[in-house]
Design a protein around this ligand. Structure first.
Ligand SMILES: O=c1ccn([C@@H]2O[C@H](COP(=O)(O)O)[C@@H](O)[C@H]2O)c(=O)[nH]1
Length: 238
């Protein structure tokens, strides 16, 4: 299975998800289940996608006190997803608690899900970050700060934009994951995303994987569009 393109299944229910996935026939995908779908369907959507052989990023972006996050992660570890996440802004202690929960909840003989932390959302511009969060440093500095904190807490990587991926790799090493949403082909509508790049550029800047949703899910030909995104990624060098 190609793990470099994570397909965001931002649908309202299971019926929509499986109608959409039918277009991909038997292809095994790396899919992302976010809040919209998980809050409607609960754990059964994870079991159903697993049964079809897909890898799963459960993108719930946990951010709460350490004890609550630990308990939640203990439960999520039992679902069998491959990747989960938190907000780095929850702090080092919260991220360490997330890992403890995952380790405690992972069934014997199974690998614990990888865990990454959101640094700054790709829908946030530097200006918004500075004005709304009162973070008075450049975007790259804030993202690198959160990425270093995430590594100190023992997590496996971060969610960031293309524009910080290279510095993260230089500072924190090749094996620390940078999962990058905010991905569009040249003529795509960027919608609510602010820090946006093509798959080829994300790869050339050192992204470990990209996340793509609406440009594929809302396309009149999703399979063709998925292939275009993959070709853009595969055509670039890291
Ligand atoms: O910083 C972040 C973190 C998560 N996301 C998620 O990725 C997809 C992107 O969807 P598009 O339709 O390709 O914009 C979406 O599920 C977000 O929740 C992100 O965009 N940025």
């Amino acid at each position: 299975m190609d793990k470099s393109l994570i397909l965001a299944l931002d649908f309202t229910d299971k019926k929509e998800v499986f109608q959409f996935l039918n277009r991909f026939e038997d292809e095994k995908l790396f899919v992302k289940v976010g809040m919209e779908l998980f809050y409607q369907e609960g754990p059964s959507i994870i079991y159903d996608l697993k049964e079809k052989g897909h890898d799963i990023f459960l993108d719930l972006k946990l951010h709460d006190i350490p004890n609550t996050v630990k308990g939640a992660m203990k439960g999520l570890a039992r679902l069998g997803c491959d990747l989960v996440n938190v907000h780095a802004a929850g702090g080092k202690e919260m991220m360490e608690a997330a890992l403890e929960g995952l380790e405690a909840g992972t069934p014997a003989g199974k690998n614990r899900p990888s865990c990454i932390a959101v640094t700054q959302l790709t829908s946030t511009s530097e200006e918004q970050m500075q004005e709304e969060q009162l973070i008075r440093v450049p975007m790259e500095e804030s993202v690198l700060h959160y990425a270093a904190l995430t590594k100190k807490a023992g997590l496996d990587g971060v969610v960031c934009s293309t524009f910080e991926a290279k510095s993260i790799r230089q500072l924190l090493g090749y094996s620390f994951l940078s999962v990058v949403p905010g991905i569009r082909l040249q003529l795509d509508d960027i919608q609510d995303q602010k820090r946006v790049a093509t798959p080829a550029y994300a790869k050339s800047e050192g992204a470990s994987a990209i996340v793509v949703g609406r440009p594929i899910t809302k396309s009149s030909n999703p399979l063709e569009k998925y292939i275009e995104f993959k070709q853009s990624w595969e055509g670039a060098h890291q």
